[in-house]
Design a protein. Structure first.
Length: 624
């Protein structure tokens, strides 16, 4: 069919033109307005009056405001998001470019008060307001900083939490311990957002933490008796933990949130605003700026390695030769970003050398499974043609295999960080933030890599363990939950393609259940679409509109599972071809998630990459 090849050519041309000189792709990693808001708050707090940047961020924030005064995390979020609205309201007022009397700010205030005021915002927004002097710290924070000193042999210890949790909670531990806050002459008074004087409450956050506190205290008492000296050692240890994990650009683990919090924690420890570490951290965050639709946005991090690995692989699947300049440059970029330093992942996996890849352009110590297998997919032809790179390949494959959890699945960043009782703590995102358990998307994509690229199959013991994990964790309706995409379509795509790549039979009951589930949720126009509400409701929630990315995932999964074209497949194909070049709210709808109910990700590369992949596989499988 000429239409398929024409659309493949169109997508290839777009992606090739967007490649950077260094071989990477820096497609925006867009995460709503939170980072824009916090950047304004940070700059004003440090009295770094970069007015051009601040004004540009205010402009973007206001452009995203809804008619009712609220801000949303995603298009179909009902009414609006209270915490996001408070963050926007506070940041815009702090910028000085709007006052409370402006219509936009008046409407935002009305929405906030109507939805419970500041008492009902999430924990991280309360922390930000406490740091900047607008919310009272609790008199006693139940997660003592001494937690960081507990040995890994203790039932609850610092490394039982995910790397994302550690990077964000460590600076919070420090700042909360000092009950640190800082105001400036520009600090806006938002006390009128409390419904009554006693609303500086942390009851929701502290209630569940109390049960954990007694267990932690038992461990602390065993360390040598609780003392002031021990407390100070813990604070010093927490400070070192942050400083030793600063990336070359000055950011803490290359995450916006952890770097923002680190700056305040360092000031709590006595660092002046002008300290070189703080200044470098701010420069690093500033470097995350990108332009989207002529608006300035501060990214949560950069996604260059992820984008480059996926796009390079997608182009090769579409027929772009390995010898082309585009692929050669992408390969050299990826090889330059392989990790050779030990990071926190080695705490639970001590007997393997580094060799993975991280997510962002400047990661050096925080590799993850998905970026590593994605990079290896892209590099597979290079290794075949140039054996000199086999050492890089071998150490990466060994690292991936060694990171398999004891339960048979694969997680994102670390091994066996999955103590389920910690998921019940009252922190936004719950287990999704605090833990790093095996997930269907990581396990499926790892099996897909192992089967299609390294050619191992279900007869290998470690592959069979991964298969069994997926079979145990399939939902009754036939779907799988995907942790890092939206959500059940993403997880089902990854699981299905993974199982089939390691030679699980297409007629296997689990495969057939998944296929039937995908058919059952296909929209009338032939496409698929899923709401971000899925990860909040913990069940599949339809978007009632189709997106090209969701359609590509579903179509790619079904192409791998069917022996011949079905009417449903033809309708899905038709949708992708007929929506070529369209641009509406479904295009920018988030397809990735960071924290359920917290922040969502619009990967700009996905709108081209995954349709390209699905169409290329469709063409090969059905011989068009």
């Amino acid at each position: 069919m000429k239409q398929i090849q024409a659309e493949i050519n169109r997508l290839v041309n777009i992606l090739v033109k967007e490649q950077n000189h260094d071989g990477s792709w820096s497609c925006p990693f867009e995460t709503g307005i939170a980072t824009d808001c916090y950047m304004i708050i940070l700059l004003r707090t440090l009295e770094i009056n970069d007015e051009d940047l601040i004004y540009a961020l205010v402009r973007r924030i206001l452009m995203k405001q809804e008619k009712n005064g609220a801000w949303k995390l995603f298009h179909d979020e009902e009414k609006g998001n209270l915490s996001a609205t408070v963050e926007a309201y506070y940041a815009v007022l702090y910028s000085g470019y709007r006052t409370k009397h402006d219509q936009s700010m008046f409407l935002a205030k009305q929405f906030i008060l109507k939805n419970g005021g500041l008492k009902e915002i999430n924990m991280f927004t309360k922390v930000m307001l406490a740091l900047t002097g607008r919310y009272k710290w609790p008199s006693h924070f139940p997660m003592p900083v001494e937690l960081i000193l507990l040995p890994t042999s203790f039932p609850v210890n610092f490394f039982d939490f995910s790397v994302y949790a550690r990077s964000n909670l460590t600076p919070i531990f420090i700042a909360a311990d000092y009950r640190f806050s800082i105001k400036t002459e520009r600090s806006p008074d938002i006390s009128d957002l409390f419904l009554n004087r006693n609303d500086h409450g942390w009851e929701r956050e502290l209630r569940g933490l109390q049960s954990l506190q007694s267990l932690i205290r038992q461990g602390i008492d065993k360390l040598a008796g609780y003392s002031h000296e021990l407390h100070e050692i813990a604070l010093e240890h927490a400070e070192k933990y942050m400083l030793q994990r600063i990336e070359p650009d000055g950011t803490f683990y290359s995450y916006f949130s952890s770097t923002f919090l680190m700056v305040f924690a360092l000031m709590a420890r006595g660092y002046p605003k002008q300290h070189p570490v703080i200044r470098k951290a701010v420069q690093g965050l500033t470097s995350y700026q990108t332009t989207i639709d002529n608006q300035m946005h501060i990214q949560y991090t950069t996604a260059n390695v992820w984008n480059t690995a996926l796009i390079s692989y997608g182009l090769q699947e579409a027929g772009v030769p390995t010898s082309s300049e585009t692929i050669q440059k992408a390969h050299q970029y990826l090889l330059s970003r392989q990790h050779f330093l030990y990071g926190d992942w080695a705490v639970h996996n001590q007997n393997v050398i580094p060799g993975g890849w991280g997510f962002s352009d400047i990661n050096t110590i925080n590799p993850d499974i998905d970026d590593t297998t994605a990079s290896l997919r892209s590099l597979r032809t290079l290794i075949v043609n140039e054996p000199t790179y086999s050492q890089a390949w071998d150490r990466a494959v060994q690292w991936v295999v060694s990171m398999q959890n004891n339960d048979g699945g694969w997680a994102a960043f670390e091994k066996n960080v999955n103590k389920s009782f910690l998921s019940w703590l009252p922190v936004e995102g719950g287990g999704k933030m605090l833990l790093d358990p095996s997930t269907a998307d990581l396990t499926g994509r790892t099996l897909e890599f192992l089967g299609n690229v390294t050619h191992v199959d279900r007869h290998h013991p470690f592959v069979n363990k991964g298969i069994q994990w997926l079979l145990r964790n399939q939902r009754k309706d036939g779907s799988w939950y995907g942790r890092w995409g939206i959500c059940y379509i993403y997880g089902t795509w990854a699981a299905l393609t993974g199982l089939l790549a390691v030679n699980v039979r297409k007629k296997h009951p689990s495969v057939q259940k998944a296929v039937q589930w995908l058919y059952s949720i296909q929209n009338k126009n032939g496409g698929w679409g899923e709401s971000c509400n899925s990860d909040i409701m913990k069940k599949y929630v339809p978007l009632y509109e189709s997106t090209r990315t969701h359609t590509a995932w579903a179509l790619d999964a079904l192409v791998s599972a069917e022996n011949e074209e079905t009417p449903e497949l033809k309708r899905g194909l038709k949708f992708l071809l007929e929506t070529s070049g369209e641009n509406d709210w479904t295009t920018t709808y988030p397809k990735g998630q960071g924290l359920p109910g917290g922040f969502y990700i619009h990967y700009h590369s996905y709108e081209y990459l995954f349709p390209l992949l699905a169409l290329s596989h469709y063409k090969k499988t059905f011989h068009y």
